[in-house]
Design a binder for this molecule. Structure first.
Ligand code: SF4
Length: 384
């Protein structure tokens, strides 16, 4: 049964002393008693960065396998959108993108100009990097004679800021949005229901949960019997989350635990959730490398059609045209493979010249592993 529990109640004493080495010892002792291989998925790319950068895998007993999950929005954004935006950058539209998506490969295209937004720009396409949707709005206001399209990539964390400006009528007429937003609980539901990855515990994303609430993950313990901890991003947060999952496993309980109480509430941020509900419709959506996942995408409601690039320019989502021969990114985001299982890792595929989507963003597992390689290689154990 899923019951929300405070991690401090679960491992009393250790937590209160603020003793990280004590928590690591607790993990070692508990895992010895559990004996079998324990697979824990960290959903979020930022958790993967914390784990890789601080060598948390090296602190784990050999039977604890920490697996990276699908929490990199750039990695799962369909390549067809990149190709269409690259085309439009030569047809009088100024494309605005986050830096993370600038080098995202579009997939199998013969025209070099359309391989990514970075390629388009290098051939003279009009593409600029912005840091936020507000920057996009400011740029469009400053250049009223230009037509802009904002490439809206992200999870629930970035959706409210776009929604706020749309709802308050602050978006100028010459700025459209291509919404490729994705929702996180449906992909976790898909992953667990498909049986493609057997998991013993989930570290749920902290940033996303600040918006949607820890309660949004209650279905994981309830429906699948998998202990779930909403965690922060300091090394101690992650170690504490692992300890809490092991404690649940040892006691045979599947609980929902909120470790990140300093930021995340059970119900999330009501204002942000209201904005999301008012501005977006939930639709079935294609996740690159994975497939179509029910009710996992967000598009602008008809009320905002004037700003909707999909509706105004007839941009359609295409399934599967973005697969790249040899790239195992789809398996990496589902936790079925590790970057080192891909023969192209560090050879053809590097951050400066990414071949697949997981090498592009700072939240992509392949890129994180590449940038923390000595630590990661020392620590990794086989996938199965
Ligand atoms: Fe794909 Fe590159 Fe990762 Fe291999 S290393 S899975 S090609 S992103």
């Amino acid at each position: 049964m899923g019951v929300t529990t405070d991690v401090r109640d679960l491992i009393k004493g250790i937590y209160e002393r603020g003793d990280v080495s004590g928590i690591v010892k607790f993990i070692k002792d508990t895992s010895e008693r559990i004996k079998r291989l324990v697979k824990i998925m960290n959903f979020c790319g930022t958790h993967e960065w914390t784990i890789s950068h601080y060598g948390i895998r090296s602190l784990m007993p050999r039977n604890i396998d920490l697996i990276a999950g699908p929490g990199c929005p750039v990695c799962v954004t369909p390549g067809c959108y990149v190709r269409e935006l690259a085309k439009l950058s030569f047809e009088g539209y100024h494309i605005l993108t986050y830096g993370d998506a600038f080098k995202l490969p579009s997939g199998r295209v013969s025209d070099d100009r359309l391989k990514s937004l970075a390629s388009a720009k290098s051939y003279g396409g009009k593409v600029s990097i912005v840091y936020s949707f507000l920057d996009a709005v400011k740029l469009a206001r400053k250049h009223p004679s230009e037509n802009f399209i904002f490439f809206a990539v992200g999870f629930e964390t970035t959706m409210p800021s776009t929604a706020e400006l749309l709802k308050s009528n602050s978006v100028p007429k010459n700025l459209m949005i291509l919404s490729t937003y994705r929702l996180t609980p449906p992909i976790m539901d898909y992953l667990l229901s498909s049986g493609r990855a057997r998991l013993d515990g989930v570290i749920a994303p902290g940033h996303v949960s600040a918006v949607i609430g820890a309660g949004a993950w209650e279905f994981v313990p309830r429906k699948y019997g998998v202990a779930t901890v909403v965690a922060g991003f300091e090394p101690a947060d992650v170690i504490l989350a692992i300890a809490a999952i092991l404690k649940c496993l040892e006691e045979g309980k599947a609980l929902l635990i909120n470790e990140y109480v300093r930021v995340v509430k059970y119900g999330g941020n009501p204002r942000a959730k209201k904005l999301i509900n008012e501005v977006y419709d939930v639709v079935d959506a294609y996740w690159r490398g994975i497939g179509i996942v029910e009710s996992s995408g967000a598009v602008l409601k008809d009320k905002y059609s004037d700003h909707d690039a999909s509706k105004q320019l007839g941009i359609k989502e295409e399934v599967g045209t973005d697969e790249l021969p040899g790239c195992r990114c789809g398996d990496v985001v589902l936790g079925i493979a590790k970057p080192t299982d891909c023969p192209l890792f560090m050879k053809v595929c590097k951050p400066d010249t990414p071949y697949g989507p997981c090498m592009v963003s700072s939240e992509g597992t392949c890129r994180i592993w590449y940038e923390n390689l000595p630590v990661v290689l020392n620590d990794s154990i086989p996938t199965s």
